[in-house]
Write a new protein. Sequence first.
Length: 66
Amino acid sequence: MKLLITLVGLIMILEGLPYVAFPTAMQDWLRQLTEMPPNILRGLGIMAMAVGFLLCYVTQRTDLLP
């Protein structure tokens, strides 16, 4: 549980960095996101989840990374 809470905290830090460093660029980017069709957003979300799952699998189940 301690590891899970730590990971959630790290994710929140990483998610917040662009808003602190580049607030105007983030507003422009978010504006562009609202104009994208839902199908494209859904596809991007599925791809991001698949890459995340693959990273978790590789780091936990293989010896590719020390």
